[in-house]
Design a protein around this ligand. Structure first.
Ligand code: 0PR
Length: 387
């Protein structure tokens, strides 16, 4: 840092020229991310209320109330208006909070948590932080956790199970109903990671898709992750942790007696946190309404189906599974998928590469012309690799 400060104009100009290198969502080149351009209204209120601090709730009782209302809205979306929880930094923090709760309920030292092999790495991080043993369970042919293998893995050290409603790699949905039954039968904590699916599945259901039970309507579900900064169109950071009831949330609550706003309590990993996140989520959810999200999801699914239909028409390429949400996995029996990813990236397509497939996520910023462009790019790459 230099001694003398620099003028605003110069700094803004410098930032503009330096950050121009970064990809933007509206370029349509980001087709492998679970994030998108936030809704303009959410952006606006985020900036306006950035100085509110939910970590000192006594100073900001109104913003605190808005967070509570936001959690109620999310809870209602997931069949439980009684849900308690918070708008947190993202799915990672939400998953950490869920496993932390499971551990505090268990009050034991040697604890095991059963997760699908498809679990997001945030669950590995959480287990490492909390000193839990993660037991990974193989998937069935539909890329869901193998329920029989889950049953076999339960032992006297098991404290909890995680199911996923919208896996990171393919958007698959685990049989949460069966996990719920098992959790109730064995007295285990069940967390559902719907970080991505939480803002997709309720609207798919409205649109008449056959959506299996995945939320609090299943009695064994203790907590859920649902991230507004993914399909919720909220600015980063905005994750969501919801507990079935306030009693569960209390398991990880800490009293902070000395703050300037008076006594308060935290049930998040972070202490100081801007209320702007919750306020932005509250605003965008009320502005779009169920109907608005439904339209967005409908369009994402239309483009997803188009991509999934066209991919197998390209010689040597196939899709990993019929998409259940707006995620398409692409693989090949002929070409090395890593080679295709490399070529796509050279052509400035930002795709995700998993060990055996490419992941395309059709987020709201992805338009028809971008899907066409991607297909065109893939056709060219395949032709070059063939020749
Ligand atoms: N749970 C699931 C099912 C997820 O897919 C993710 C992230 C998380 C939890 C963790 O969420 P946070 O990243 O909010 O903590 N899934 C994305 C992924 O790994 C994250 C991401 C987002 C990656 C934007 C790339 C990107 O550009 O693919």
């Amino acid at each position: 840092m230099q001694t003398k400060g620099l003028p605003e104009k110069r700094l803004l100009k410098e930032l503009e020229s330096r950050l121009v290198e970064d990809l933007t969502y509206d370029s349509g080149r980001i087709v492998g991310s679970m994030c998108t351009s936030p809704h303009p209204l959410a952006r606006k209120v985020y900036g306006r209320y950035i100085d509110t601090n939910l970590g000192d709730s006594g100073l900001f009782p109104a913003a605190t109330e808005i967070e509570k209302e936001t959690v109620r809205m999310l809870g209602t979306l997931l069949s439980n208006p009684e849900a308690a929880g918070h708008i947190v930094t993202g799915g990672t923090e939400a998953n950490v909070l869920a496993l932390w709760t499971a551990k505090r309920i268990a009050k034991r030292t040697r604890c095991e948590v059963i997760v699908p092999a498809s679990a997001h790495c945030s669950l590995d991080k959480a287990a490492d932080m909390l000193d839990l043993k993660i037991v990974k369970i193989k998937l069935n042919k539909r890329f869901q956790v193998d329920i029989e293998a889950v049953k076999k893995a339960v032992n006297s050290n098991t404290i909890g199970i995680v199911g996923i409603a919208g896996t990171t790699a393919l958007g698959a949905i685990d049989p949460i109903d069966e996990l719920s039954e098992l959790a109730l039968e064995k007295g285990l904590y069940l967390h559902v990671d719907a970080a991505f699916g939480g803002f997709v599945l309720p609207f798919l259901k409205d649109l008449g898709h056959n959506v299996p039970g995945f939320d609090f309507s299943l009695p064994g579900v203790c907590s859920m992750t649902i991230d507004p900064h993914k399909m919720g169109l909220a600015p980063i950071p905005a994750g969501g942790i919801l507990f079935r009831n306030a009693k569960l949330r209390k398991k990880i609550s800490w009293n902070i007696p000395y703050l300037s706003g008076g006594k308060t309590e935290h049930a998040t990993v972070v202490g100081t946190r801007s209320g702007a996140s919750a306020i932005a989520v509250w605003t965008v959810m009320r502005h779009l309404g169920r109907e608005g999200y439904r339209k967005i999801v409908k369009n994402c699914m239309r483009l997803t189906s188009k991509l999934a239909e066209e991919i197998p028409k390209i010689e040597g390429l196939s899709i990993v599974m019929e998409p259940v949400m707006n995620i398409v996995g692409i693989n090949s029996d002929v070409f090395h998928i890593g080679r295709i990813a490399e070529e796509l990236r050279l052509k400035k397509w930002a795709i995700s590469l998993f060990p055996r497939h490419l992941r395309i996520v059709i987020m709201p910023h992805v338009q028809e012309e971008h899907v066409e462009g991607l297909l065109q790019g893939l056709r060219k790459i395949v032709n070059t690799l063939k020749g």
